[in-house]
Design a protein. Sequence first.
Length: 337
Amino acid sequence: MRNLLLSIPVFLVTAALVGGVAAFMWGWVRFHQPGPLKEVVTFDVGTGQGVNIIAEHLLYQGAIANTEDTLIFRAAARLSGRQGELKAGEYELTPAITMAAIMDKMSRGDVIERRFVVPEGLTSWQIVGLLSKVEGLSGDIKVVPAEGVLLPETYQYERTDTRQDQIDHMKDAMKKVMDELWPQRAGGLPFDTPEQALTLASIVEKETGVAAERTRIAGVFINRLRQGIPLQSDPTVIYALTKGHIQNAGMGPLGRRLLKDDLEIDSPYNTYKNAGLPPGPIANPGRDSIAAVLNPEANDYLYFVADGTGGHVFARTLEEHNDNVASWKKIRKESGR
């Protein structure tokens, strides 16, 4: 009898251990089994949400089958030490995704990447229009920002962000670029403030899409500023005509070719009639154009004109420039442009 009594605790402990192992194995299998989702869903983990709330929301959205599975999810997070590692963000959950895969995603912070691109040289009005079409952003932009304060770049965002948030990010990004590049500028430049540098950079940005030309074109404009020669930049006249409200339907910003009469417009932005820089930027320049005007190529060119290949040909004298213009007109006539 005594031996029987002694064996009872051993049996109970063994049974408990066997039951515990069986329960663990059952939970492990459930944790790695395909889940109930039938289609792709977007799942949000809010800042500060703990594993209990996350598990409940997963059940509500159908990514976890039942309350037993929420207990398994919570237990797995605690046993693995990841209950404090599940990162906030927006996740894409695929059909039949397992609880293990969900937890791995949240531990890595494998969130949905939402992004939009702001090309160099857009006006602020254009950027506001671009943002109005970005899916997932909320709210409207009440006031169009000044030209030159927004940095063209690729930006990431979350579904909870507003359009004004993105404008603020672009302003901060431009300020950081200027704070970095302005102290590194070359000596003896014919302008005194970061704002004037942005103005010239916006003109360079609009004059060429060829990266290798930026510093050379900047050098041409620097030479003209030093000698008091009007910049004679077509994009400044276009800005005077459009006020930055560019309507480009494949026919250019004016919907037509710039005409000789357009060069007579009475505007401080008309750099054919006014020497020096216009009163402000005509677009939002990118980092490379800003860097180009702060450290321009040292050259003695005073003129440039399109060469028919997307780039430009440069000249030191008016006579040489007139020959280049004649060649460009011939190319344009032959191509029907």
